[in-house]
Ligand binder design. Structure first.
Ligand code: ADP
Length: 362
C-alpha cells in the first residue's frame, strides 16, 4: 500500500515540479522550455510500466491539460516560446507514447506472468515425477522381495511342520510339570509364531487375486470394528465413529479391504498402550477430479518418528519386537489395487493419522 502511494507521489509530484519550472521560466530561456517539455515523458513512461495503458493515459492527459494553458494562453513573458505546431505535436506525442509504452509494458507483464506460471507448473510436474519415481522404486523392491520370500517361505514351511509335529509327539512323553515338556511347548509355540510370520510373507509375496464387487463399505468396516472392540475396551481405548450409517457403494474386494482396516486398527490399538482415543472419520471428497471416500484412522498413541515415516510402507519395516513389518506394505498394495491412495501423518507423542482414499463408483 505504502509503495503504491510513493509511486503516485513520484509520478504526480514530478509533473507538478516540472510544470512549476515550466510556468515560471521566462520565455527568453527557450532551451530550458525544450528540456521541461521533454521531461514530461519520464512520468508517462514510469506510469506505463507501473499501471499499463490506462495509468499512462491518465498521466498523459493530466500533463496535456496542465501544459496547454502554458503552451498557448499563459502571459507572453513566460509562455513556452516553441512554435504552435511543435507544441501541438508534443501534446499528441505525450498521449501516443502513453498508449505505445503502456501496451508494451502490459504485454511484458503478461509474458512474465506466463513464464512464472510455466515455472510453477514445471515445479509441480517435477514433484509429481519424483513421487511416481519413488512409487516405481517401491513397486520394484516389493516384487523382488516378494519373489524371494515366496520361495524361502515354501522351503521353510515343510521342515517347520515336521519340527512342530515332532515337538508335540515328544511333549506327550513327559508329564506337564516336567522341564522337558515345558521346553517342548516353547518349541511348539515358537514354531507356530514362525508359521504365522511365514503366512504373512506368503500373503505379501503371492497376493490373492482380487474379487471386486459393488458393496457397502460401512458394513465391512463395522464388521472389522466389531472384531477389535473388545480388545480396545480392555486397553481403555475409546472408539469414536464419525461417519454416516450409509454411504454410496464402492467397487471393492471385501476381504482384502477388511484386512486393511484390521491392520490399521490393530496398529492403532498397539500404539496406545496406556489407553486413548481411536477416531474413524469418513468423508466424501473429490480428489484428482474423481469422487472418492476419504477415511481417517487417527489415534492418540505413541506416534511415529519423522525419520521412520518414509519407510513405513516398505516391507519388513517394523519397530515392534514381534512385528513382521509387512502389514502396512500389504495395505499399500491392496489400496493401490483398488485405485486408491494411502498416506500417514504423525509426530512422536501426538498419535498417528492414516488416510485412505478409495474411488466411489461413478
Ligand atoms: P508391524 O505391525 O508388523 O510392525 P506394519 O507394517 O503394520 O508392521 O507397521 C510398521 C510399523 O509402522 C510399525 O512397526 C510401527 O512402528 C509403525 N506404525 C504403524 N501404525 C502405527 C500407529 N498407528 N502408531 C504408531 N506407529 C505405527
Amino acid at each position: 500500500m505504502q509503495r503504491k502511494w510513493l509511486n503516485l507521489l513520484l509520478i504526480y509530484g514530478s509533473i507538478i515540479i516540472i510544470s512549476g519550472f515550466h510556468y515560471y521560466t521566462s520565455t527568453g530561456h527557450h532551451y530550458f522550455h525544450d528540456i521541461y517539455r521533454r521531461l514530461y515523458y519520464i512520468p508517462i513512461i514510469f506510469a506505463a510500466f507501473l499501471y499499463g495503458v490506462r495509468g499512462a493515459l491518465i498521466c498523459s492527459v493530466c500533463i496535456s491539460l496542465i501544459y496547454i494553458p502554458h503552451a498557448f494562453f499563459w502571459y507572453t513573458a513566460h509562455r513556452d516560446p516553441a512554435g504552435t505546431v511543435e507544441k501541438g505535436l508534443e501534446i499528441l506525442l505525450y498521449n501516443l507514447v502513453a498508449i505505445v509504452t503502456g501496451t508494451l509494458a502490459a504485454r511484458g507483464k503478461a509474458e512474465k506472468e506466463k513464464h512464472r506460471h510455466t515455472a510453477l507448473n514445471l515445479e509441480k510436474s517435477l514433484a509429481e515425477l519424483k513421487q511416481v519415481e519413488g512409487e516405481l522404486l517401491r513397486a520394484e523392491k516389493l516384487s523382488a522381495i516378494g519373489q524371494l520370500s515366496a520361495g524361502l517361505a515354501h522351503e521353510i514351511r515343510n521342515p517347520l511342520s515336521s519340527i512342530k509335529g515332532a515337538a508335540e509327539i515328544l511333549a506327550a512323553d513327559f508329564p506337564p510339570q516336567h522341564k522337558k515338556h515345558r521346553m517342548l511347548l516353547v518349541l511348539d509355540r515358537e514354531a507356530d509364531r514362525l508359521n504365522k510370520v511365514l503366512s504373512s510373507f506368503l500373503s505379501f509375496a503371492k497376493p490373492q487375486s482380487m474379487q471386486f464387487k459393488s458393496g457397502d463399505i460401512i458394513n465391512r468396516l463395522e464388521k472389522v470394528v466389531g472384531l477389535i472392540e473388545a480388545q480396545a475396551n480392555n486397553a481403555d481405548i475409546k472408539i469414536v465413529r464419525q461417519y454416516p450409517a450409509k454411504l454410496p457403494p464402492i467397487n471393492m474386494d471385501e476381504e482384502q479391504l477388511g484386512q486393511v482396516f484390521l491392520n490399521l486398527l490393530l496398529n492403532a490399538i498397539q500404539s496406545m498402550s496406556e489407553g486413548g482415543e481411536l477416531t474413524i472419520d469418513i468423508q466424501q471428497v473429490v480428489k484428482d477430479n474423481k469422487p472418492m471416500l476419504k477415511f481417517y484412522f487417527s489415534d492418540t498413541g505413541a506416534g511415529i518418528k519423522a525419520e521412520d515415516l518414509p519407510n513405513l510402507f516398505n516391507p519388513f519395516f517394523t519397530t515392534k519386537q514381534e512385528g513382521t513389518g509387512l502389514g502396512l506394505s500389504i495395505c499399500y498394495r491392496i489400496i493401490e489395487q483398488h485405485a486408491g491412495k494411502i498416506g500417514v501423518e504423525s509426530s512422536p507423542g501426538e498419535g498417528a493419522s492414516f488416510s485412505l482414499w478409495l474411488p466411489l463408483e461413478e
